[in-house]
Design a protein around this ligand. Structure first.
Ligand code: FES
Length: 367
């Protein structure tokens, strides 16, 4: 049933006295419309008789959606903070971490969206108004009218008449808002920098039972250690930390490229190493760099011995091995981290320390 509009509502009467205590909010609304040359041509409350079964059914539906949004956002927070998130090999619970975050946040936002749309379409009055647009600042009276209009609209939202909607909207929106704060809260509970785990790879020296420092050997994929004579001049070899699982995905950030430079190139590399305080990073003419491209993490392993360039096949970044693996072409913007190496008493290559820079793509901050 549409409302029978008075001539005032249609913008045809003169100005009304806004200080008249008898004025209803709807009178103020329509007076504002009249002064703005707005013609309300159709006005129809969806439920002229409040509290019908149909209205209550829709109210409950909207409230359910808001509460569902709040529940899903709460589950998001719980998962974000307490679910095992560190990557594990196999079918561990960490596999579900990201999907659960996506599903719960998606359900939450969808429920809020559908709830607000349903509220607007089914519970708000249906109105058609026509307005001529004009320029200029608003007068004090116009601002008063705007205030009255907003108050009227707040009433029309029906929160006073349907308190369930207000409560459920608050209960739904509060956890959704908390989701925005989740990274801060989660960062305080689960510190990703704890034990410096982002900066630690399989090359970190270990401690023996007697308390001595044990340097990690450079090994092939089959675990066999490497002697200098195993790599000919101008040659290169992919090496892994000589620890249990060192060649597996568990230590995917550790693989390095051991390169045997020719004498002149080695001297140039040594000079450039010294210039950046890495005078003890090479052993003889041997030098080792992380294989993980600093652009997007592909294995950078195409070594061109004539030019001493290391090429990453993914996006063609090139690194100059004789100049601290400086990127000289392509999208990579950071040098490859250098692995400090030496040879132990038994003649096998060892890493004298872990990498001193963060391995991999640019999104990791540098130490
Ligand atoms: S991952 Fe190496 S260039 Fe993009």
């Amino acid at each position: 049933m549409s409302t029978d509009l008075t001539p005032t509502h249609r913008g045809q009467a003169g100005p009304v006295d806004l200080n008249d205590p008898q004025l209803t909010q709807f009178d103020v609304l329509t007076e504002g419309a009249r002064r703005d040359d707005i013609e309300i041509v159709h006005y129809e409350p969806p439920f002229p008789v409040p509290g019908t079964r149909a209205e209550r059914r829709i109210t409950r539906f909207v409230a359910t959606l808001f509460l569902l949004a709040g529940l899903a956002a709460t589950v998001f927070l719980v998962v974000y903070i307490w679910w095992p998130w560190e990557y594990e090999l196999g079918n561990g619970a960490s596999k579900f971490y990201t999907p659960l975050l996506g599903i719960t946040l998606g359900v939450s936002l969808l429920a809020i969206g559908v709830g607000i749309l349903t509220w607007g379409k089914k519970l708000l009055p249906h109105e058609v108004a026509i307005q001529d647009r004009h320029d200029g600042a608003s007068s004090a009276e116009d601002r008063k009218i705007t205030g009255g209009t907003l108050a009227y609209m707040a009433d029309e939202l029906g929160v006073k008449r349907r308190p369930l909607l207000g409560v459920s909207l608050l209960a739904g929106l509060a956890p959704v808002a908390a989701v925005a704060a989740a990274p801060l809260i989660g960062g305080m509970i689960r510190d990703p920098h704890e034990n410096n785990q982002l900066a630690t790879t399989g090359w970190a020296p270990t401690e023996t039972a007697g308390g001595a420092t044990q340097l990690i050997r450079l090994t092939r994929e089959d675990g066999s250690p490497i002697r200098p004579e195993d790599v000919s001049a101008g040659g290169q070899m992919t090496v892994f930390p000589g620890i249990a699982g060192g060649h597996t995905n568990q230590y995917a950030d550790s693989s390095a490229l051991l390169i045997h430079l020719r004498v002149d190139d080695a001297q140039q590399a040594r000079d450039n190493n010294e210039a950046v305080g890495k005078s003890d990073y090479m052993w003889g003419s041997y030098i080792a760099y992380s294989k993980i491209c600093t652009h997007a993490g592909c294995p950078a392993s195409l070594y061109e011995q004539q030019t001493n360039r290391l090429l990453c096949p993914c996006h063609q970044s090139q690194f100059l091995i004789t100049d601290n693996a400086k990127p000289i072409f392509g999208p990579a913007s950071r040098r490859l981290p250098q692995l400090p190496i030496s040879v132990d008493d038994e003649g096998f290559f060892v890493a004298t320390s872990d990498y001193t820079e963060i391995v991999g793509p640019d999104f990791w901050e540098r130490p």
